[in-house]
Design a protein around this ligand. Structure first.
Ligand code: HEC
Ligand code: HEC
Ligand code: HEC
Ligand code: HEC
Ligand code: HEC
Ligand code: HEC
Length: 213
């Protein structure tokens, strides 16, 4: 599977230098309303070609064989938004709206825009077990969004790994972890269990019933 993805992606990485014809430049000339680029991810990787950009190619989001992934829809633009104006910035398109930038504070796009970018897929019924609620959860608060816990430009998401997950949680919950409640009378071995074994952080206050007895 990975080999197949690599072969599909390879031309994107290897051909940054492929030129854009004059007709294409004209077709992509700045307009007020951006649209999806015709070449999709390929047009982005021409400029954003570093290691980090490549890493996403091996992640589930870039598996075109899974229905509804960014790779199977609009590639980079599924998350970052319509890029026709952005890709023409090199031709003087400055001043147009920026693409969606996932970060906190001044560097990031407005929080609602960031959440919406992810929830446009992940709040949908069609997502099956990858459908999440988040809105109304304990972490749905002004300074927190998906990127506080998740990363996209990595082969695998840190939340899927026990050690990486516990580390991210402890950034904000160091004290709670030190004073963590006993579960069934026992202290938790945090080196042996991920927080998500018991906590679903995407829904309001949910701890497995069995554990609460
Ligand atoms: C012609 C080169 C070029 C192409 C093509 C290009 N980018 Fe960019 N991109 C840049 C530059 C340069 C910046 C930094 C702009 C700045 O800091 O003002 C940037 C910034 C960004 C940012 C940060 C937010 C912003 O808008 O400044 C994102 C996200 C981004 N690009 C995604 C993409 C995506 C997705 C595509 C494909 C649709 C793409 N880029 C195509 C050159 C390019
Ligand atoms: C175009 C739709 C789409 C968008 C936009 C999208 N995702 Fe996904 N995402 C998916 C699909 C489909 C899967 C399921 C892949 C699979 O079945 O393994 C997935 C999987 C995931 C997973 C599980 C990864 C794993 O290792 O199993 C996480 C976490 C995730 N997405 C978070 C995000 C975040 C955060 C954002 C916004 C920055 C986002 N997604 C934007 C469609 C999307
Ligand atoms: C406070 C940290 C945190 C925040 C904020 C957060 N998540 Fe998660 N997310 C997790 C953890 C932990 C898991 C792992 C759950 C597991 O593996 O059981 C996860 C798993 C996921 C999955 C995979 C679900 C599955 O069952 O495979 C998706 C999709 C996802 N998150 C999307 C999002 C989106 C979209 C946002 C923002 C709207 C978001 N998350 C915000 C911590 C977070
Ligand atoms: C699943 C949603 C998703 C997809 C698809 C995606 N990105 Fe990103 N991108 C993010 C997130 C989230 C970040 C913040 C860093 C991180 O989580 O790794 C980011 C960060 C970036 C940045 C850094 C912007 C800045 O200065 O903060 C650039 C540039 C970028 N992505 C370009 C791309 C390109 C090019 C592609 C296609 C190859 C792409 N992205 C595909 C979600 C996505
Ligand atoms: C073995 C199951 C289990 C594991 C693993 C676990 N917790 Fe808990 N946690 C609980 C239970 C049970 C409670 C008490 C019920 C409640 O208050 O929601 C609790 C309570 C909490 C609370 C307080 C909730 C409140 O309402 O005040 C926080 C914060 C918390 N846990 C964070 C974490 C973090 C971070 C990790 C991972 C480093 C973690 N927990 C691992 C079961 C667990
Ligand atoms: C960016 C900081 C931040 C990160 C990262 C973070 N949390 Fe939280 N978390 C908070 C804040 C703030 C609250 C709300 C505390 C309150 O209401 O008193 C909270 C609340 C909680 C609660 C209480 C839930 C409830 O319903 O009362 C639990 C459990 C929890 N977090 C677990 C986690 C786990 C597990 C992770 C890692 C996957 C995590 N948090 C990552 C900031 C964070």
């Amino acid at each position: 599977m990975k080999v197949a993805i690599f072969i599909i992606m390879a031309p994107f990485f290897l051909c940054h230098s492929s030129g854009i014809s004059a007709a294409e430049v004209a077709a992509q000339a700045p307009t007020r309303t951006p649209s999806f680029t015709r070449e999709g991810s390929e047009s982005c990787l021409r400029c954003h070609s570093g290691e980090k950009m490549r890493a996403i190619a091996a992640s589930p989001h870039f598996d075109m064989n899974i229905q509804g992934t960014p790779a199977a829809t609009h590639g980079c633009e599924s998350c970052h938004g319509k890029g026709s104006i952005h890709i023409s910035r090199a031709h003087g398109g400055k001043g147009f709206p920026l693409l969606t930038q996932f970060a906190r504070g001044r560097r990031g796009s407005p929080r609602d825009e960031q959440l919406q970018a992810c929830l446009s897929c992940h709040a949908d019924d069609s997502m099956g077990e990858k459908q999440i609620v988040f809105i109304g959860s304990a972490h749905d608060r002004p300074a927190t969004n998906c990127s506080n816990c998740h990363s996209a430009h990595e082969e695998s998401d840190p939340m899927g790994d026990m050690e990486a997950q516990n580390k991210v949680c402890s950034r904000c919950h160091r004290k709670d972890i030190r004073n963590h409640t006993l579960v069934k009378g026992e202290a938790i071995d945090f080196d042996a269990q991920a927080c998500s074994t018991c906590h679903d952080v995407h829904v309001p206050r949910q701890v497995s019933m069995e554990l609460e007895e």
